[in-house]
Design a protein around this ligand. Structure first.
Ligand SMILES: *Cc1c(COP(=O)(O)O)cnc(C)c1O
Length: 432
């Protein structure tokens, strides 16, 4: 089957965009360069589907990279935002909704008694780090290779190939001395963690409890417990970046799922329901260090923005109790099983399909992926070609091996079937 998409208006827009926006986009992954094609220009979304400006429809497994756990344009979310907008888009003064949202989050997330909202996950992790440094009087940070905590200077650090290595800037413009205060350790590597925490005094150990920015690479049995233990033994704070896992892998995020409670939690994506909102939180004793309760300065003109708060509250209201998580778990499972079946039917064996409730990655690897090095060793060309094959058949999967699929409550069995059929055809193309 040859498939081709209409792309006239997308091409025209992309040409214009390249004139006015670096790379034609406002965030790099959207350009789809990793899979060697031009970006989609989106017209609208509805539930689990997306439509581009040329009228092509796609089953959307990206869902804005995580925020849209209820799908596109959920009527209750749209109504909440519309209602909030009619009453004023920003006040720079407190509103009732912020208190309601903070209370709801503290009821759900074990490690959060109190929180401060920001407008992006990057800002929230930057602020959590400032608080951890203030609370410990230390500077150094431990992060895991392949983890992403936003584009914070000190966290755009890449390690070398050793057990635990001093960070070197992963981007021009990051001062070497800033990157050097970050020590990078391979994920799921207990020996490297032990060595690093013996050698350095850390302000914080930072982890995505269910890392999804090298593709989904869940923690090995006991690894999060070990992180908690090493933080306690060495006087470092444990920070969980739950920007993706929060309110997604379980009602209370990765910390509820694992039973390991961090000192500070970074949240984003789902908490804003598709509008710009994020937060960091923890126990009252720590959070009351933040101004004006305490001496650690952090502020934001649009923090706790009423539209974003309305979208976040409406989204969390749709995620009450365990039922939505059972449903999301079943949808994820059905997708994972279907993709595995598709690979088998095409005789394409070298894939690892990893999933947990609300997250999934298809690694193009003959062996299981436990860390970033293994993710990097995947057949990226095969992945790219498969993704292009999916897009050509009306399925929009993340255009990078180092990202996760985001199943939502809006995805239907019919959309899963369509995805599996497209996947089988795209696998068959590869196997040829
Ligand atoms: C997306 C993401 C961030 C950054 O959030 P932004 O809102 O894009 O700044 C931080 N941490 C993790 C785990 C993320 O996936």
């Amino acid at each position: 089957m040859t498939v081709s998409l209409r792309d006239k208006r997308s091409s025209e827009l992309y040409a214009r965009a390249l004139t006015y926006l670096p790379g034609g986009v406002n965030s790099p992954v959207r350009a789809m360069r990793a899979i060697g094609r031009d970006p989609l220009f989106v017209d609208r979304g509805a539930g689990g589907e997306l439509f581009d400006v040329d009228g092509n429809g796609y089953v959307d497994w990206v869902c804005s990279w995580g925020p849209l756990i209820c799908g596109h344009a959920h009527p209750q979310v749209v109504a909440a935002v519309t209602d909030a907008a009619a009453r004023g888009t920003s006040f720079g003064a407190p509103t009732a909704g912020e208190v309601d949202l903070a209370e709801e989050v503290s009821r759900r997330v074990p490690g959060v008694q109190m929180l401060r909202m920001t407008s992006s996950g990057t800002e929230a992790s930057m602020s959590a780090i400032r608080l951890a440094r203030a609370a410990t009087g230390r500077t150094k940070l431990l992060k895991f290779a392949g983890a992403y905590h936003g584009h914070v200077d000190g966290l755009l650090a890449e390690g070398g190939s050793g057990l635990a290595t001093q960070g070197i800037p992963a981007s021009p413009g990051v001062p070497a001395e800033v990157a050097a205060s970050t020590i990078v350790v391979p994920w799921n590597d207990a020996d490297a963690l032990a060595a690093a925490t013996e050698q350095h005094e850390f302000a914080a150990l930072l982890a995505e409890p269910y890392p999804a920015n090298m593709g989904l690479v869940p923690p090995a049995e006991g690894f999060l417990e070990l992180l908690r233990k090493r933080a306690d033994e060495t006087g470092a704070l444990l920070i969980f970046d739950e920007v993706i896992s929060g309110f997604r892998v379980a009602r209370g995020g990765g910390q509820e799922l694992s039973g390991v409670t961090p000192d500070l939690t970074v949240m984003g994506k789902v908490i804003g329901g598709g509008l710009p909102a994020a937060a960091y939180g923890g126990p009252r004793t720590l959070m009351e260090r933040i101004a004006p309760a305490g001496d650690v300065y952090q502020a934001g003109t649009l923090s706790g923005n009423p539209l974003a708060v309305a979208a976040g509250r409406a989204t969390l209201a749709l995620l009450q109790g365990e039922r939505p998580y059972l449903e999301l778990g079943l949808t994820t499972r059905a997708l994972a099983d279907g993709l595995a079946r598709a690979a088998r039917s095409a005789g394409y064996e070298d894939v690892q399909i990893v999933s947990t409730t609300g997250l999934l990655t298809v690694f193009f690897s003959a062996t299981p992926v436990h860390d970033y090095a293994a993710a990097q060793a995947c057949d990226l060309a095969a992945h790219a070609s498969w993704c292009r094959g999916l897009l050509a058949r009306g399925v929009y999967a993340p255009a990078s091996q180092f990202e996760a699929w985001f199943p939502s409550l809006a995805h239907t069995p019919e959309q899963i079937e369509r995805t599996v059929a497209a996947a089988a055809a795209a696998f068959a193309e590869l196997a040829r």
